[in-house]
Design a protein around this ligand. Structure first.
Ligand SMILES: [Zn+2]
Length: 67
């Protein structure tokens, strides 16, 4: 007997994303979630105006392999 525990759906993988939003110009950036991210956290610099962006949203997407 194998000791591994099967997930609810072996073919669905969850990917977590973080949306950063610049409070000055409204630029939104989507990137992969990093450990420690949370909504309202100060994040990286805005690529447009160099102000500090804030995390506005953290969400997960289910991804099914196409093969
Ligand atoms: Zn900006």
């Amino acid at each position: 007997m194998m000791s591994s525990v099967p997930g609810p759906d072996k073919k669905t993988k969850l990917l977590v994303y973080t949306i950063e939003e610049c409070p000055v110009c409204g630029q939104k950036t989507k990137r992969a979630f990093a450990v420690g991210d949370y909504v309202t956290k100060d994040s990286s610099k805005c690529p447009k105006c160099s102000n500090v962006t804030r995390v506005s949203l953290v969400y997960a997407e289910g991804v099914k392999p196409s093969s």
